[in-house]
Structures are given as C-alpha cells and as structure tokens.
Design a protein around this ligand. Structure first.
Ligand code: 13P
Ligand code: ZN
Length: 285
C-alpha cells in the first residue's frame, strides 16, 4: 500500500518526515477519513477525528522535538502526557490522503491539557480541529468507562441529521426508533444513542455537554448538526456510526409511509439473549 502524495495540490513545499506515513495508525487514519468522505459524511471541512496513541506507538516515528506549542483553551488533567493524532481545523477530509502532514497533526498534551505540543503535522501553520474540546473531554470520559477507548469521531451523516428535524429528540424514543429500523442495531449499539439539543459548536460548552453524554453511550447526536462516536479503534467507531446512519436512512425512507410491520420488544429480547448483549436499562419493555 502506498499513499499518493503531492499530486498537484499546491502543497509541494511541505515534505513529510520519512517513515511516519507508513505507521499502521497513520495508514488507518488516512484510510478512515477518506472512507468517511466517500460516504458523504464530511462535506468541505465537516467532521473531525482523534486517535489516542501510546508513547511506544509514536516513538519510532518522531524524535520528540516540539515544533510548536498550541494552547487548547481548556484543562483536562486526565489526559496530561497523552498523544493524539487529530484532524486539523478547516481541513477537508478529501485532501488528507494527498497531504497528510498538512491536514493531520500529532500532539502531546501537557500543562494539565492546557497546551498541545505539536510533534508532527499541521505543516502549513494550522492547528487541531475546532472541536478539540469535545474530542478531548469525550476521550477522558470514555476512558473512565472503557479503558480500551482510543477514538472519538465526529461527522455529518445526512440521514441522522435529517432525523433530528422530524423525530423527537428524547433519547429513549430516538434510540428505540433506530433499534427498530435494522435488526442488528441493538447488537451494535445496545447502549443506545444520546442526544444533545442544538448548542453552539466549537465551544467548551458543547465539549462538556458531549463528554457528559459519553458516560452512558458511545454515540451522541448533535441536533441539526451531526453525530459523535467513540470506540476502541477507527474501524469499530466507523462501524458504529455507519450502523446508526443506516438505521436513520431506513427511518427517513419509511417515516412518511403507513407502518405495517415493526420490530417488537420481544424480538429485541431474543437478540439480547442470542448475541449476549444487554440493552440500555429501561429502554425495552
Ligand atoms: P473543524 O474544521 O474545525 O474540524 O470543524 C468541522 C466541524 O465539523 C465542526 O463541527
Ligand atoms: Zn461538525
């Protein structure tokens, strides 16, 4: 596998550090954001992804030199010293594969999370996503619930977004509707979907609200905006959003039609027993 680089995009001044583009986590990140773009979830600069990395995963590819220090605007002591590969603000997912060192950055948090030390990337002087607060605060919360969590992913899938205009934003009702749309939804996200009302994006406020919602579910819908997913790797997190978005697509196809059949709670209990999952407490009768 080779990543095509610098094909007439005007970015030829910024040469990559040899090696880092072959790191498995880098390849996976580039493939994932490209796939997200191909799914239509990330128009223009829409969406952002952060991947938590161990020092041992990073050491082979960077020499530890700090290129720049960037204030984060929030504190997050739990993540002090942690490394993240993260998408840049204003950057287009469709361009990441052609110029990763401009569209992505590798940072280490210090000063209790108040400073991000840039170790690689953002080579045009850019910085991490404007949703960095939501990403970092969500990582901190998910790690408390699931120490294996490594990824926070945000995007704008059309059907989930459309659903927030025509469906109740009640979390139980929203979750139950999605579960009813595809048989395997309850198996993929038994913890359901939490929902935030419209809040100004790119702020610490929406970051704190998202992180709070991440305590009880790995999917958090932002009404009229998009969705956040969290998981142990990029593939799993992509699949989580993909499954919820498929369910929302079915809903948007049928919501205006007379409903003749639906999945029952009894069937969902059978799925719970067969697949060994436990639906969110109180969500099934
Ligand atoms: P960034 O370009 O800052 O990542 O913002 C994109 C986005 O989706 C904001 O919610
Ligand atoms: Zn967004």
């Amino acid at each position: 596998f080779t990543i095509p680089l610098f094909t007439g995009n005007g970015c030829n001044d910024f040469l990559p550090i040899p090696g880092i583009l072959t790191a498995p986590w880098m390849v996976e990140m580039i493939r994932t954001v490209t796939n997200m773009y191909d799914h239509g979830w990330d128009e223009r600069n829409g969406g952002n992804v952060s991947l938590l990395l161990e020092e041992s995963q990073v050491n082979d590819y960077v020499d530890g030199a700090v290129l720049r220090e960037i204030p984060t605007g929030f504190s997050c002591p739990e993540l002090d010293g942690k490394y993240f590969l993260v998408t840049g603000t204003g950057k287009y997912f469709k361009n990441v594969q052609y110029a990763p060192e401009i569209n992505l950055g590798l940072v280490r948090l210090t000063d209790g999370g108040e400073t991000a030390q840039l170790l690689w990337g953002f080579a045009d002087g850019g910085k991490f996503t404007s949703e960095f607060p939501a990403h970092m605060m969500s990582h901190a919360e998910r790690l408390k619930v699931d120490p294996q969590n490594r990824v926070v992913m945000h995007c704008h899938p059309a059907n989930l977004l459309a659903m927030t205009y025509v469906h109740s934003l009640d979390e139980k009702a929203f979750t139950r509707t999605l579960w009813q749309m595809c048989t395997e939804c309850i198996v993929v996200f038994p913890d359901g979907v939490n929902v935030l009302p419209w809040i100004l994006c790119g702020t610490n406020e929406i970051g704190e609200a998202t992180a709070e919602k991440m305590r009880t579910a790995r999917l958090v819908v932002w009404a009229q905006h998009g969705i956040y997913g969290a998981g142990k790797d990029l593939d799993e997190t992509f699949g989580l959003i993909e499954t919820a978005e498929k369910a929302a697509e079915i809903y948007m196809k049928i919501a205006h039609l007379p409903l003749v059949n639906t999945s029952t709670d009894e069937q969902m209990h059978q799925l719970e027993a067969h697949f060994g999952v436990k639906a969110r407490e109180g969500y099934l009768s």
